[in-house]
Design a protein around this ligand. Sequence first.
Ligand code: BGC
Length: 410
Amino acid sequence: MKKLQFPKGFQWGVATSSYQVEGGNSNSDWWEWEKQGKADNESGRACDYWNRYKSDHNLLDELGCGSFRLGIEWSRVEPEEGKFDQAAINHYREILQDLKDRNIKTQVTLWWWTSPIWFQEKYGFHKKESVKLFVRYVEKIANEFGDLIDIFMTFNEPMVPLGQGFLAGAFPPGYMNPVKFLRALNNVAAAHRKSYDIIHRIKPDAKVGITYLYNWYESEGFGILLNTINRIAQWYRIDLLGNKIKGYQDFVGVHYYRLGKIKFNWKNIKMDSRNQTYLGFTIEEDESNVMRWVSYPKGIYLVLKQASDKFKLPIYISENGVPTREGIEDDERIIYIREHLAFVHKAISEGVDVRGYNFWSLMDNLEWLYGYEPKFGLIEIDYKTLERKPRKSFYEYAKICKSNEIEVGE
Ligand code: BGC
C-alpha cells in the first residue's frame, strides 16, 4: 500500500442540506409538492436534525472532520412575507455556535432548492421582485449570524432546480416554459451578484460563492451530433450561469458524482427528466446501482482541471458521494471514496488549488423526488426510530480526516 498525503490545512468535511435532514419544513414549497404526490416520499420529520443537531455534531467530532456544510431554510427564517421568525433565527445561531465551539468550520448554503410557500405562490424566481426578496433574506442572515459562517454558498447547483422547475416541470414551481426559465436564470444570477456585494459589505473578509453540479459527461464514438450535444450540455450546466456571475465568486464549489455517457435512442423520443431521458437523448446506466449511476473516479480529476482552467479560483469539492442500498456494510462506499480521493490528490499534485473535500453525506437523508430509498450516508438512519448507525465507511473516512492521507494500492 502507498500513502498519499494531502496538503497541510486541507479541509476535510461532510455535507448535509437543511430540507433533506432537518424535518418539519412545512412552510416550504417542497412540502406542498410532496403533499401533491409528486415525490416518492413525504419528508416529514426527515432525520430530525433540527432537534438532534447536538448529538449529530458529536458524530462530526468522532469523525474528526474540520468542516461541515449545511443549509439554512429560507421558509423557516421568513415563514411569512417580510416577517422574520426570531426563534428560528436563534435556533440556527445555536446550531452554528455549537459547531464553532467544536472548532468545526461552517460552509453555509442559503438556498438549497426550496422556497417559502408565500414566495412561490406570489412570486417565484421568474418574477423580478424575487431578486430583492431573496437579497433581503440574505442580508438578514449575514447580519444575524454572518460572524459564525466561514464560507457562504448562496445557491446550491442552481441549474438543477432551474432546469427541473422551469423546463422539465419536475420540481416546484413545475413549469415547462423557456421564457420563464430565462427570466428565472437571470434573476438568480442577479440575486447572487447582489448577495455577494451585501455579504461583503457586512463581512468584508467573507468567502462567497456558488456550487456547480459538474459530473463528467462524454459521448465518444457516437459522432459529431452527440459531441455537439455534449458541448451544449456542458455550456448549459456550467457556463450559462458561471459567465453571468464572473467576478462575483471567491471560490468555486464543485460537485462530482458520476459519469454520464450520452446516447441517443429513436425509440425514446419523450421528455422524462426523472429517468434522464431528454427527447431521445439518454445516458448509460449501471443497473447494479440503486440510482443507476455509473461510478467513474477519473472524472473528478477531469472536472477539477476543467473548473480550475475556467474559473482560476480556489476550489472546494463541496459534494462527492455514492448512493447505496440499506445496511451498514458498505464496502462500495469505501472503495468509491478512496478511488476518488486518489484522483483529487493527482489534480492537487498537478497544481489545481483544491482547498477542501466534503463527502455527501454525513447521514442518509431525503433524496428529493426519490425519497428515502437511496442511502447516501456515512451513517445509516433507521427512519422508524431515528437511530443513527455509523457504517463501515464512517470509520474509514474518519481515518482519512484524522491522518490527512489516504492509502491506495501500489
Ligand atoms: C445535491 C443534493 C443531492 C445529491 C445527491 C446534489 O446534487 O446538492 O441535494 O442529495 O446531489 O443526488
